[in-house]
Every structure is written in structure tokens, then in C-alpha cells.
Design a protein around this ligand. Structure first.
Ligand code: C2O
Ligand code: CU
Length: 483
């Protein structure tokens, strides 16, 4: 399937060649639009944070029974952890899920933690009934990590799709002084929006059905709820968007055609704001935008998101902003934000192909093997990694540990919004992307994979091992042991 994003007559349409395309204009769960208020997950601060993995009944739909989910602390999305960059966090995770759930592992996506703290897919697991404390230094290149919206989720080998679908995901926001100096909208004007699709049955439950092409729901939820509304003032807001879906990329826009000013990617601030009318987000990608509601007092403006892929098209109006009050705006949208660091000279180039072989999604033709390293870059070296999508489906490539700069997409220089540090990229069929980074900070094993979770579970994952130097050879390092 080759999908293309089009805007026709103000409505988003996804053309999926070779299959039937349809556009839903509303959420498919039987709810009255914009009835519910936007849910904002509780915020956890402080250097010691605890997440309890528990089964909980969560009222996702405005009417009828709650939805039984696997949650962090009973919330979906999980609590938002919010920490200052450069100050360590101890995150204790207790696995209190029913024994049938099995072992857990928590990955903080976008973090720059040591290999042992990274939420490995098949080592350092949290047994049923057990617990593990992850330590994050929040340091990067010898400095406090860049402020960014990271997100944590379960990462168990073969089961990530099931585990995330059932509720195991939440946000981890890092703040820093660089951002604080910019007077961007903050506090109650800084709002996370987690987009993810699910299908509800008649009992309001969300049974997970594994689909090797990617599991897709018929209703796009915002912070876990279908079609909520959010009351805003006539001023600037900072909205942090995450596509937390298992499979679907989303095209996002505003109903009145008003631009959004993108200020950040997964890896924090862009060099300068970029005006966007439609934003395509692959699973795992984030953008932060400033939307100015000034001049719209009394209006209702709808955020639209349409997802397409795997033969499905879902979504439409997903969130309504009600501009209901007159507010002073003391925030700014600066003309410049934060420069990109210099990565220096590339010493090694590696190529990776995304393939479909033997009923598995693979990287360089090989299924994931936690015992195999697919690349061994040296600490502090700069490398170029080239990914080519040889399949007929789109993918999103996510690389753990370090942030990267996109050099080109299909030989073209990147658009302004991708000419930035990132760690997750949406790749259409036949596309090639070229990335560079320097492997600073940590030695050890990290994974990279497709963030379409069933593709990841169907083996589209590989592993790199950052070596301290040329003297240490493969095999001496046991990535299953803490350093
Ligand atoms: Cu968001 Cu390796 O994952
Ligand atoms: Cu994929």
C-alpha cells in the first residue's frame, strides 16, 4: 500500500492506492462529540518517582462501563513525569499486573540513559510481582539533556504492541534553563496531547487483536478520550503532540486553516519556529507547536487528525478548542530558538534496509536477535546511517540513546521541521533517509526499530553496541550485566 496525504476542500483525505479509502468524519465509538473535557494526566515531580503497573478500570468513554486496562498508577495515559534536565531521577517501577502479563521493561523514549537503564527488550526485566529502579542522569554530551517531551512505555520483546495498546504509556517532560529563558507559553498554557487509536467493543473494552501489518483502532483518542473539548483563552498555547498509536501515522491540522508554529521535535527545540498547516506524525514522533487563539474569542476550533495505513483510514475531528475567555498574553514566540550542535566529521557509514521477508519485518534481512549486534560504533565517533524502505508499507525508525540530524530524504535536503535533532522518522515506501550522529555519553547495547509496534514485535528491530574504543572487541562486553 502506498499512501499519500492530500487536502481536498479543507478536509483531510488519505489516498491509499490499491485499496478502498474512506474518511470518517467523527470518532467511531458511539459518543456525542466534544461532550467530555480533555483529560490531563496527573504530574509527578521530585527526584524519586514510583510507577505501579496495575490493572485498573478507566473511564475512557463518557457513558457506559469503564475500560479495564493495564496502567501505570491507574491512569491512561500514565502520569506525566516532569523533571529538570541535569538532575538525576530514580524511577521505581513495580510490576503488579496479573501473572499472565509476565515480565515488564520500561523504556523512556528519547532519554539518553545508560544502556542498563534503557529498558532493554530482553534483559534487566521486571518479574511479575517484582520491581526495578531506573536511574536517569538526564545528561547528554556532558551537559544537561536538552529539554524535550520524552515518553515512557513498555518495551517487552515480542509483546510491546499488546502492552502499549492495553495502556502502558505516559509522558516524561524535561525542562531546562535554555527553554525557561524564552518565555514560551508555560504552566496551564502548556498542554500535552497524546494521540492514539483504539477500538471499543459493546462493553467499552479494547480487546487487542494482533495484526502483523499493525494493529489499528477505529477511534482516535486524545489523552485517552474520544473527541474531548478544551476551554482556552484568546492567547498563545504550547501544545505537545505525541503519536502514541501502534500503527497509524496521523495528519494533523486545524479546522479553520490557521497555522501552527512548530517549535520542537522529539529532541527539543528547533533552530527557529516553522509555520505548518498540516503535520504528519508517524508512531513515536512528537512535535510541539504554539497555537495563537488571539482574535478568536467566542470561536470553536477543531483539531483534526486522520490516520491511514494498513488498508484503514480513521479519524477526523478529534479535539475541540473553545475560546471562551479574554486573557492577557505574557508569553513569546521568539524568532530563533536553539541551534543544532555540530557533529564533526563522519568516520563510518552504515546502510540498513527495511524489508519484508519470510512473513517477518526485518532490518538488513535479519530478524531481531538480542544476542547479535548489528553495528558497533566507537564512543565519541561520528557516523552516518542510511535507511532505505524496501517494503510497500510505511515505517517509523526510532533509534535509542542519541539524537540525530537528518542530512537528506531521498537525496533532498530536509524540510525545515526535520532539519533538527530527532530520534524518530516516518519513512514512506521506497524512501531513503540519511542521518548523522556522534555516539557520546554511554557505551553498551541499545536497540533501534520500527515504532509501528507490531512490526517491531514481528522482528523489525536491531541492536547496536557502543564500544569504548578499538581495543575492546565484540564478546568481552556482556550487555546483560550492569556495567
Ligand atoms: Cu518508543 Cu524503542 O521505543
Ligand atoms: Cu514498520
Amino acid at each position: 500500500l502506498r499512501s499519500r496525504w492530500l487536502a481536498v476542500g479543507g478536509a483531510l483525505v488519505v489516498v491509499v492506492t490499491g485499496s478502498v479509502a474512506l474518511v470518517a468524519s467523527a470518532a467511531s465509538a458511539q459518543v456525542q462529540p466534544f461532550q467530555q473535557q480533555l483529560y490531563i494526566p496527573p504530574v509527578l515531580q521530585g527526584p524519586e518517582v514510583t510507577l505501579e503497573m496495575v490493572e485498573a478500570d478507566v473511564q475512557l468513554l463518557p457513558t457506559g462501563p469503564p475500560t479495564r486496562m493495564w496502567t501505570y498508577n491507574g491512569n491512561f495515559p500514565g502520569p506525566t513525569i516532569r523533571r529538570p534536565a541535569g538532575e538525576p531521577t530514580q524511577l521505581a517501577v513495580r510490576n503488579r499486573l496479573p501473572a499472565t502479563f509476565g515480565e515488564a521493561t520500561l523504556h523512556n523514549h528519547g532519554g539518553h540513559s545508560a544502556s542498563s537503564e534503557d529498558g532493554q527488550a530482553d534483559s534487566f526485566l521486571i518479574p511479575s510481582g517484582g520491581m526495578r529502579t531506573y536511574t536517569y542522569e538526564h545528561m547528554e554530551r556532558g551537559e544537561p539533556e536538552r529539554a524535550a517531551m520524552q515518553w515512557y512505555h513498555d518495551h517487552r520483546m515480542d509483546l510491546t504492541g499488546r502492552n502499549v495498546w492495553n495502556g502502558l504509556a505516559g509522558l516524561f517532560i524535561l525542562d531546562d534553563e535554555v527553554e525557561a529563558a524564552l518565555d514560551l507559553p508555560s504552566g496551564e498554557f502548556d498542554i500535552p496531547l497524546v494521540l492514539a487509536d483504539r477500538s471499543f467493543d459493546e462493553q467499552n473494552q479494547i480487546p487487542y487483536v494482533f495484526n502483523p501489518l499493525g494493529t489499528v483502532g477505529d477511534t482516535i483518542l486524545v489523552n485517552g478520550r474520544p473527541q474531548p473539548h478544551f476551554n482556552v483563552g484568546d492567547r498563545k498555547y504550547r501544545l505537545r503532540l505525541l503519536n502514541a498509536s501502534n500503527r497509524l501515522p496521523y495528519a494533523v491540522e486545524l479546522s479553520n486553516g490557521q497555522p501552527m508554529h512548530q517549535i520542537a521535535t522529539e529532541s527539543g527545540l528547533l533552530p527557529a519556529p516553522v509555520e505548518r498547516h498540516q503535520i504528519v506524525l508517524g508512531p513515536g514522533e512528537r512535535v510541539e507547536v504554539v497555537i495563537d487563539f488571539a482574535g478568536h474569542l467566542g470561536e470553536e476550533i477543531v483539531l483534526r487528525a486522520v490516520g491511514g495505513g494498513g488498508g484503514m483510514v480513521v479519524g477526523g475531528d478529534v479535539l475541540q478548542f473553545r475560546v471562551d475567555r479574554d486573557l492577557i498574553d505574557d508569553s513569546a514566540l521568539p524568532a530563533t530558538l536553539r541551534p543544532i550542535p555540530d557533529f564533526g566529521e563522519v568516520s563510518v557509514t552504515r546502510e540498513f534496509s527495511l524489508d519484508f521477508a519470510d512473513d517477518m519485518w526485518t532490518i538488513n534481512g535479519l530478524p531481531f536477535d538480542p544476542e547479535r549486534f548489528d553495528a558497533e560504533p566507537a564512543l565519541d565517533s561520528t557516523e552516518r546511517w542510511i535507511f532505505t524502505n524496501n517494503t510497500e508499507q510505511s515505517h517509523t525508525i526510532h533509534i535509542h540513546d542519541v539524537d540525530w540530524l537528518l542530512e537528506h530524504r531521498d537525496g533532498q535536503p530536509p524540510p525545515a521541521w526535520e532539519n533538527a535533532l530527532k530520534e524518530t522518522w516516518f519513512i514512506e515506501p521506497n524512501e531513503t533517509i540519511s542521518l548523522i550522529t556522534t555516539f557520546t555519553g554511554h557505551t553498551g547495547a541499545y536497540v533501534f526499530h520500527c515504532h509501528m509496534l507490531e512490526h517491531e514485535d514481528m522482528m523489525m528491530m536491531a541492536q547496536f553496541n557502543v564500544l569504548p574504543g578499538t581495543e575492546r572487541s565484540r564478546g568481552e562486553y556482556d550487555h546483560r550485566q550492569p556495567p
